[in-house]
Design a protein around this ligand. Sequence first.
Ligand code: ADP
Ligand code: MG
Length: 416
Amino acid sequence: MYSDPLDTWEIIEEELRKPTIFKSRESLAPEYVPHKLPHREEELRMLASSFKHLITSPGSFSQKILITGAVGTGKTVTARVFGQVFTRKAREKGVNVAYVHVNCHRNRSLHNVVSDIALQLGINIPSRGLSVKEIYDAILGYLDERNIYAIITLDEFQYFAQIAGSDAVYFIVRTYDGVQYDVKRLNFIFISLDTSTLSLLDPVTESYLLRHMINLKPYTSKELFDILKYRAEEAFYEGVVSDEVLKFIADYEGSDKGGNGNARHAIEILTLAGVAAENEGSDKITLEHVRAAIMKTSREIINISEAILYSPLHELLVLWAVARLLRQTGQPYVKMGDVEKEYEMLCEMLGEKPRRHTQLYEYVMNLKKAGIIVARTSGKGQRGRTTLISTHYGPLDLLEKYIEDLVNRRLGITRR
Ligand SMILES: Nc1ncnc2c1ncn2[C@@H]1O[C@H](COP(=O)(O)OP(=O)(O)O)[C@@H](O)[C@H]1O
Ligand SMILES: [Mg+2]
């Protein structure tokens, strides 16, 4: 059917004329670091006191701190905010402290972790050919030469411990063991969901970290209200969100009201409700917008979104293929061979060069280790053995949509 070009013009014009309710939508993004952290004051204080020696007697010892807590309790953001402010304070007092934040989910091998530390410190190392030891020595040398002390956060440490193994963990944890160092420049913050990874450490480090542990409790409804209030003030224009709406979200998610106490989830609901209001051309977020947003964000999807946020592109494509097949077939498990075919089809659709079988198998194993999928070998009955794959997460259509969005964002970024 012929459509008048003017219609298109008007549609776009109309959309552009709709008022926006977001003052700063970016400030609600997961990677945004806010200036204030309501209800994490005590934890920030503990961190500051733990790293005080960097100012009073820098180099005297190498501090190690463990931060634990469930998803969305503010582990990452607390470490980042602390790092930002502490380095500034130190500079003011004449000590050069660098803060490095490594995401171990994205960097799963010791080589990747160590390279990332070097990169963040701004050390020029050749991209190929250097061993872990050589890079590590380059880091220590660089800090010595410039008289810099470093606080290195290993976030999502459980992935590193599980995937890279105990030798890799020892390499980092025992930096200053055995050899006499006059000045100890490296200090560590380990972030993990719980204390289970500690069993991979030597007993001395384990008991030290247990005594130097900061456990973040899931947020209560009252706490989430304060957090949402603050974040909403940054993100929306005045009058867009009422306290009633914020309280509604806080009550849904608060740990004392049967929720997970997950600030990320609460903020995500607020964001989605805002988007819904804006799409409708409404200048206020209503309880109905929030209800719709809650329907859209099943808690399961939020949990998985945390786990795959930094997965390599092709690992996401494999997971996408699994979700599609599971939905299309309605079967509890799908075969690795079929996943590969579906994956290749997705690659073709996106103009991506498919990875080889061994690499795909590795992705499947990583997803399994991360608890996102379950994989097992088929019984003897079947002709030849095959890997059967499934996921407990869902609903699958939402999961697919979520992965698709993530893939598109990733491609948008890498293709620029
Ligand atoms: N006390 C707080 N004040 C403001 N925002 C917070 C607070 N705690 C968490 N957030 C926000 O909630 C989200 C989840 O926090 P994050 O640090 O990623 O949690 P975790 O690392 O424990 O999963 C982030 O967007 C973060 O900025
Ligand atoms: Mg985190």
